[in-house]
Design a protein around this ligand. Structure first.
Ligand code: ZN
Length: 239
């Protein structure tokens, strides 16, 4: 019925019949009230989805030169985030348009550029509060996949058997840890050390932004940055 009216099903994210989310197979009766919604960029509607398992939106970012800390935190939570402190405004605009990335910036004028269709002016100054702000505004908590992306180069991490890299690991690491991942972009190796555990508490997004808020929002004294410097380590660094 929806496609008969000219809307491809690939463009439909949510169908409500009489206020209830339904799948495409739902038959209609006389008098039913139908509302059809496209991809939702601002809200995570995963819990409402009936037409497919995953939301259509693929949240990706490009951060301006002032937001390096936020870019790292977003990568830590699994979001594809481009950042280079040499990015110029033209380059950011181009990346946003060509790769459909949301621009994160503290420069309102940048968001006035015509090719930028999705942007977020970040008000907070501290990176951990910026993360909270972006999570709240774009409803990101449910989409977070902590520790799946390289903090340094943004490449998705790949799990690897310990045996495959054992020879390259420091002896203490080889003894203590069992789970490892590698970055194919910059060849770093990561393992679940004590610092990883501390970060996991920080980004325990099973509880959504509430967990993050509990850690950074109450007094403002708890600094995620302190945890970040103890981040996933490359084998070139000591543990
Ligand atoms: Zn990397």
């Amino acid at each position: 019925m929806i496609e008969a009216l000219g809307v491809p099903h690939t463009e439909v994210e949510l169908v409500l019949v009489n206020g209830e989310s339904v799948g495409f197979e739902r038959a209609l009766d006389d008098g039913d009230r139908v509302a059809v919604y496209p991809k939702c960029e601002l809200l995570d509607v995963t819990s409402l989805l009936r037409v497919r398992d995953r939301a259509l939106r693929e949240t990706r970012f490009v951060a301006d030169a002032h937001l390096g800390g936020l870019a790292h935190l977003l990568r830590m939570t699994g979001f594809d985030t481009l950042y280079d402190n040499h990015f110029g405004d033209d380059e950011i605009e181009c990346l946003a348009a060509s790769q459909r990335r949301i621009v994160l910036t503290r420069d309102r004028d940048l968001l006035k550029r015509s090719a930028i269709t999705h942007g977020c002016y970040v008000r907070a100054l501290r990176s951990e509060l910026q993360l909270r702000e972006v999570f709240d505004r774009l409803d990101l908590a449910r989409s977070a996949q902590p520790f799946t992306r390289c903090l340094s180069c943004n490449t998705p991490l790949r799990a690897i058997d310990k045996a495959q890299i054992a020879a390259r690991l420091p002896p203490g690491v080889r003894q203590r840890y069992e789970r490892f991942a590698v970055c194919d972009g910059c060849a770093r190796e990561f393992w679940e050390g004590t610092h990883w555990q501390r970060m996991r508490r920080l980004v325990d997004f099973a509880g959504g932004g509430r967990t993050l808020r509990a850690l950074v929002g109450r007094s403002g004294k708890r600094r995620c940055r302190t945890l970040m410097v103890q981040r996933l380590r490359s084998r070139t660094k000591s543990t």
